[in-house]
Design a protein around this ligand. Structure first.
Ligand code: EPU
Length: 335
């Protein structure tokens, strides 16, 4: 347990903020003992800090989840169920799966963050979401200390959404996650974005899961900044989902506005396009900026504060609303 701990190294934006108390949990018992010890104080549960913008010092406790371990818990002819502890780094899990030739999460290579936070956000990229491989998770009830199992249906997964962000927000700490992966006859998802194109450019004729992961890594590296080099939190906003009528209205004005089907009479439009066409791609205000290759990503060029990044986000939201009449919602947790 540490006091007045700097969180700069614990958030991928790399902004400064201090926690009054900082506790690192390596076991489920550590988690519960922290929750009990500090019952009367605010407790923020921290995973990889990759979906977080800290705008102030935090009173109370930051509980860093560092439970480790990957194990095969069910092994069948064609698939396995893997149980991963919440503190494992997501991309390490992807690499482990590639080494073992377990298929299903190769499109999710290089997503920053930890296993325990993956279900909260229902992380997704290149046509795959966690929910597609999710089996169940075990979460600790913060009030009772009971471990509870959440199956797929219990999690109410949606686009960057789950029960843990909504109805059950701040009520559970996820301890481990089980995913169901293929051992053979992997079902490759190559349709999204430029995966097939990149594979073709690389001269790959019969891709396997490793080649798909490599293609995804190449695409991400060409667009998305590495948080170790340039502080960022991935996509800062969600892609807005709007009615078809609204998309038709906008496409009348902006014929090249991309849109994707998103359910009954609804369409998703890329927030990156809106931000770029509102004039903010590559924009910089002090050390807070909008990435030059992907306008959906806000970056910290060094010494930006969380508040400065939050202000920039608000400026962008106002301008996009002014220009297009669309409200952008942050994907990142702003604290
Ligand atoms: N676009 C622009 N300008 C930009 C950026 C994007 O016009 O500066 C337009 C382009 O038309 C492009 C389209 O937006 O074709 C989509 O862009 P991209 O494929 O880069 O994906 P995205 O919608 O911006 C989403 C996820 C990413 C994920 C990619 C790939 C969200 C909020 N973001 O981004 O997830 O990697 O798709 O699947 O859904 C994250 O959540 O942190 C994240 C990086």
């Amino acid at each position: 347990m540490q006091q007045n701990k700097s969180l700069k190294a614990f958030n991928t934006f790399g902004v400064e903020s201090h926690a009054e108390w900082f506790v690192e949990a390596r076991t489920a018992d550590d988690v519960w003992s922290c929750l009990e010890t500090f019952r009367d104080k605010p407790i923020m549960v921290l995973g990889g800090g990759s979906n977080l913008l800290l705008t102030k010092d935090l009173s109370g406790v930051v509980l860093k989840i560092s439970l480790k371990g990957i194990a095969v818990v069910q092994d069948y002819e064609n698939h396995v169920v893997l149980e991963v502890q919440a503190g494992e780094v997501w991309h390490d899990v992807v690499q482990y799966c590639l080494e073992q030739d377990y298929g299903g999460i190769e499109n999710l290579a290089l997503i920053p963050g930890q296993m325990g936070t993956a279900p909260i956000q229902n992380i997704g990229a290149y046509g795959v979401e966690l929910k597609d491989v999710f089996d169940s998770c075990v979460a600790l009830n913060r009030n009772t200390g009971q471990k509870e199992v959440f199956n797929l249906d219990d999690c109410h997964f949606g686009y960057r959404e789950s029960v843990f962000k909504n109805e059950l927000k701040n009520q559970f700490v996820i301890l481990s996650v089980r995913v169901r992966l293929t051992k053979r006859q992997h079902e490759l998802k190559l349709d999204y974005g430029s995966i097939s194109e990149v594979l073709q450019q690389q001269g790959v004729k019969n891709p396997g899961i490793r080649q798909v992961a490599q293609a995804v890594i190449a695409i991400r590296q060409s667009k998305l900044p590495d948080p170790k080099i340039l502080g960022n939190s991935g996509s800062f906003f969600k892609n807005p989902i709007v009615s078809e009528a609204e998309v038709n209205r906008l496409q009348g004005l902006y014929p090249d506005l991309p849109s994707y089907q998103a359910g009954n009479h609804l369409k998703k439009i890329p927030a990156g396009w809106l931000i770029q066409h509102a004039g903010y791609k590559g924009y910089r205000q002090g050390d807070a900026g909008v990435h030059e290759n992907q306008a959906l990503v806000l970056v910290n060029y060094g010494e930006a504060t969380g508040l400065e990044i939050k202000e920039l986000a608000q400026t962008i939201q106002d301008k996009v609303f002014h220009d297009f009449g669309i409200k952008l919602t942050p994907e990142v947790n702003i604290i």
